[in-house]
Write a protein of this length. Structure first.
Length: 333
């Protein structure tokens, strides 16, 4: 398998689509062009708008998108796009292409992460063998694991963000009855652990405390208010959000037996990093009797730089043989 350079790399989320050019193997991505997903009818149209701002015309593309991938296509989970890889290639005269699930790509990015790109949550724990887990609250809640198979990187994609998520303890039990049901009629992890979930959680917290308000801020206003008043209601919601993220991460560590470590990635948490109390985070993460000892030996960290996944996609283009991907079935051309 060969991806001719320059390669267009793209991270297609429910809110934003990000594009960059990688000029040659090993080169860093160009400064990314960001486009609002909802502003365009298709991936082809978004690429068409971004290309004039990018430094080179691409010959191939590797992109990841928020939704389950079936061979060369994906129906996005939190956006109105259906992406058909061969159609994208034809529209832009590309010689080759590959489409990944967004958290499949996040997992495949783990091997290229630099120390300065991450913040350790809790004690620094040496890396060990075993599956490595990546989680990300953004427009939705992504989860995947990275495995090593015959010396190659293999990403195990999942829809773990849609598992049922119930309350633990009196504080959460008081809040849960006030969470709005999703369109599927249940409370999943994504219901609260996502950008929209942060707003749902805040509204439910206020209602549980008998606080009546005519205006619930959107996600961005809520985060800004939390930073402006670190003792206010919004800041308390953000701290609860971190505790729930830690609890979910502990559950997923056990589900995947991710002894190789947990990496958080995605749009929400980097903006909230100053509210993370490492001791509280680890206490919630490790509170999984009888497996507390296992979790105490698993490291947790957060990616704090933008667009790290674009570097991961570039690494696939540079060394496709290092990744256990079914190129025969999934490559576009």
């Amino acid at each position: 398998m060969d991806f001719p350079f320059p390669v267009l790399v793209g991270d297609i989320g429910g809110t934003n689509a990000r594009f960059a050019i990688i000029s040659e193997p090993g080169a860093p991505p160009s400064p990314a062009e960001h486009r609002a997903t909802h502003a365009f009818p298709s991936l082809e149209a978004a690429i068409e708008d971004a290309l004039p701002q990018l430094p080179e015309k691409p010959r191939s593309i590797i992109a990841c998108a928020a939704g389950p991938v079936e061979d060369r296509s994906v129906i996005m989970t939190n956006a109105h796009w259906t992406i058909e890889g061969p159609d994208v290639a034809k529209a832009h005269g590309l010689e080759q292409g590959l489409l990944l699930n967004d958290f499949e790509a996040q997992a495949l990015t783990i091997p290229v992460l630099k120390d300065e790109w991450v913040k350790v949550l809790g004690p620094s724990i040496p890396e060990s063998s075993g599956a490595r887990l990546v989680l990300g609250p953004g427009t939705g809640l992504g989860a995947s694991a990275l495995l090593e198979i015959d010396g190659k990187h293999f990403a195990l994609a999942s829809e773990a963000g849609h598992v049922d998520f119930g309350p633990v303890g009196s504080e959460e039990s008081a809040i849960w009855p006030h969470l709005p049901m999703t369109q599927h009629g249940r409370v999943s992890a994504e219901t609260v652990l996502s950008g929209p979930g942060l707003v749902r959680l805040h509204q439910a917290r206020l209602t549980a405390r008998g606080i009546v308000t005519t205006r619930i801020p959107n996600e961005h206003d809520l985060v800004a208010a939390a930073h402006a008043n670190r003792q206010g209601d919004e800041a308390e919601t953000v701290r609860l959000f971190w505790r729930l993220a830690a609890r979910f991460a502990g559950d997923m560590t056990l589900a995947f037996l991710a002894t190789g470590g947990v990496t958080f990635s995605g749009g929400v948490l980097p903006r909230l990093v100053s509210f993370a109390d490492p001791a509280v985070f680890r206490a919630r993460y490790e509170d999984k009797a009888p497996f507390g000892d296992l979790l105490r030996n698993v490291g947790t960290r957060l990616i704090v730089v933008d667009d790290a996944v674009l570097s991961g996609l570039g690494a696939i283009a540079a060394r496709p043989d290092a990744y256990a991907l079914d190129y025969t079935r999934r490559a576009w051309c």
